[in-house]
Write a protein that binds this ligand. Structure first.
Ligand code: HEM
Length: 309
């Protein structure tokens, strides 16, 4: 499971990854679009928290890619989107939830679900502290499989026997790749916070903007999320959620595109300038979906609709 690890490689910083994933995780992103959707959001939230078939882990965020805070034009155009990120350890419970949830069928609501076998997941974080995402369903362990290009693939158990090549499939191609890459600054002291927003965050936005506007990168759709509590109050964290045609496209951008390298190198030089371990919590989770592993509710509203055959 370390095919890409350079001989004798020792990571320059500690890192932790999730282990003991559910046999199949059902991970839904349930979007609600439109400026006047308070009632729809309340219905979704109630269903997601009160239902017998509620998810095992639930988060909320707003999509801020192109709208940013207070962009009236985008809001007027109905581009405002809220998303619930819901993780179930049992796909049958997820299915029951979807079949019985009326709020999922309201206007402007659509849902993208990944059904992820354990061996097609990988995560990485520079901390053991609490973080969003699938690691709320798993245990976490120290790993040395990081800090080299190709490490994400090495951490995915199925890479031992699968290259995850993009393959035509129905209704969606096989081996689509999904990343959630997070940044949490709530524990940063004032000087680190200042550096984050002056130096790193603008580069992160540039990278996300590049991916979201350049389909030839293999990025089908990229959303920048401002994370929130379930009441809709902003938290001090963001994440990027991106669908890619395959893992190779995601790897190519991260290892060689100037926008990710700029984020990466700025982070490393900021840590050096800081002169102490950063409190910024960075993490990501990546999955590669087998054929049939991506399901859409109201597909016409999803950017993934372009792939449906
Ligand atoms: C503040 C934002 C970000 C920072 C500071 C950052 C920094 C890093 C660092 C330091 C690594 C190496 C981690 C290790 O193996 O130890 C890495 C890997 C990676 N990053 Fe980022 N990154 C950021 C945002 C993103 C975003 C938005 C994406 C989404 C497309 C992304 C995709 C990846 C991928 C896929 C890898 C793994 C590459 C591999 O193992 O081959 N990163 N990043």
């Amino acid at each position: 499971m370390a095919a890409n690890r350079p001989e004798g490689h020792t990571p320059s910083a500690p890192a932790w990854c999730a282990v003991d994933f559910p046999e199949v995780t059902a991970y839904s992103m349930i979007f609600s679009r439109g400026p006047d959707n308070a009632e729809v959001l309340a219905g979704l939230r109630a269903a997601l928290t009160d239902s017998e078939d509620a998810p095992d882990h639930l988060e909320r965020a707003r999509v801020v890619n192109f709208t940013d805070d207070g962009d009236d034009a985008a809001q007027a155009a109905g581009a405002v989107e809220t998303v619930f990120l819901a993780y179930w350890v049992n796909p049958q419970v997820w299915k029951r939830f979807c079949d019985s949830c009326d709020a999922l069928r309201r206007a402007g609501v659509y849902c993208e679900t990944a059904l992820i076998p354990a061996e097609r997941w990988e995560t990485i974080a520079g901390t053991k502290r609490p973080l969003p995402g699938v690691r709320n369903l798993t245990s976490v362990k120290f790993t040395e499989l990081h800090d080299y290009w190709g490490a994400a693939r090495d951490r995915m158990a199925a890479s031992e026997h699968d290259r995850f090549e993009a393959t035509p499939g129905s209704p969606l191609p096989a081996n689509l790749c999904l990343i959630r890459s997070g940044q949490k600054w709530d524990e940063c002291l004032a000087d680190e916070r200042e550096r984050y927003f002056a130096d790193i965050e603008p580069k992160l936005r540039a990278g996300i903007d590049f991916l979201a506007r350049n389909r030839d990168t293999g990025c089908i759709c990229g959303r920048f999320l401002r994370e929130q509590n379930l009441d809709g109050d902003d938290l001090e964290s963001t994440s990027f959620v991106g669908w890619f045609e395959d893992l190779a496209s995601l790897e190519a951008w991260s290892r060689s595109h100037s926008t990710h390298l700029a984020i990466f190198h700025t982070f490393l030089s900021t840590v050096q300038l800081l002169g102490r371990p950063p409190k910024l919590r960075l993490w990501h989770e990546v999955s590669v979906l087998p054929e049939g592993g991506v399901q859409l509710h109201q597909p016409a509203l999803s950017p993934l609709a372009e792939l449906v055959t």
